[in-house]
Design a protein around this ligand. Sequence first.
Ligand SMILES: *Cc1c(COP(=O)(O)O)cnc(C)c1O
Length: 435
Amino acid sequence: MIYYSTENRLETASLQQAVIKGLAPDKGLYMPQEIKVLAQSFFDNIPNISLQDIAKEIAQSFFVDDIPITQLNNIVSDALNFKIPIIEVEHDIYALELFHGPTFAFKDVGARFMARMLSYFVKAEDHDTINVLVATSGDTGSAVANGFLGVDGINVFVLYPSGKVSNIQEAQFTTLGQNITAIEVDGTFDDCQALVKAAFMDKDLNTKMNLTSANSINVARFLPQSFYYFHAYAQLLKLGVNKKVIISVPSGNLGNLTAGLFAKQMGLPIERFISANNSNDILYKYLNDGKYLPKPSVQTIANAMDVGDPSNFARITSLFNHCHEDITSQISGYRYNDKEISNAINQVFKNTGYLLDPHGACAYMAAKSDKRRDETAIFLATAHPAKFKDVVEDSIKHTIDIPSELLAFMNKERVTKKISPEYQSLENILMEVGG
Ligand SMILES: *Cc1c(COP(=O)(O)O)cnc(C)c1O
């Protein structure tokens, strides 16, 4: 499969090049040249197909020209070794729980898949060490660091905004050691993302070391996120649901939403999507007035969605040929402030006993507001509530238990390298560790 840049259709790469580079040389994001519609027989039979087998089918439709089928299947089963259950929270509203992986957030799916795919390419080619740079507002760093921990031939650098990630999130990427370096930036998430971009644009540095990104700009991280949309649909059918299905996605960098749009293009019968923002409402505003106006991110209690210039927006516009009307016919937008998020966590817990995390809470509210009578809504529950213990406890005025796997991170020693948000400081660390 050929991958082209969202900036220029003629700027192309192989899968291997796209995964190893991350971003196209013209700063565009890579898109697969073809999105194959899956066979009707696959959809007819889907309630009987396991999560792993669904994922293999979809992985093959994108990657089988580039990775032999046996290895590809191994990558899938290795990466997706946990369950993704669907839970009825109230009548016609279901949570798809994407947080049963090792770091308790949905990014485990993409991060684990990407680590295994990259490692396959490094081995198959006898490639030099690859340095993965990742800017995180919390969950990406933990998922990527844990997904890549101990993988031969790959160094990971996690850049995070000082004091702006939760205690548990920080523990998940600063306590690992081995091939993982945590870099604490005195700035915002957008500063971290800008530093990573600057490193990719530094020609001199790129001749000295191989750099790639594990943010959802990387096709190996973003495309596997389409797997669970099919699995969600399969589980609904199994439960006997036969209404139209809509899916509500809590949105930050828009990788998750874009993967859903891809699933629909592959033939998955999703009626439409809902995008739920926190106060970082760039997509919400774009959907309303057609103007895309990035701005500095503001800190919220759903911090994995604190994004002021969502990178996968370029993929969405590319998918719909920049037609605002087509985009709004597929996606409706909502936004919620911290107070609304906190109230929703409390209300849903009181009314149903279901505990939402702040991100899932945004998606839940949007699903509830937008769902019509003839529709069933799935909202993506992207993180375990215990990952946001303080926020959740403040909301429900009650203490909650932390799973022992999460507690284990909390008790280890944290090691970080502190820098100011200047490129030179990052370059020094990269050269020292990865050069
Ligand atoms: C990353 C993240 C999001 C946002 O996903 P995008 O793909 O960046 O839009 C939502 N919720 C949680 C818990 C996350 O970690």
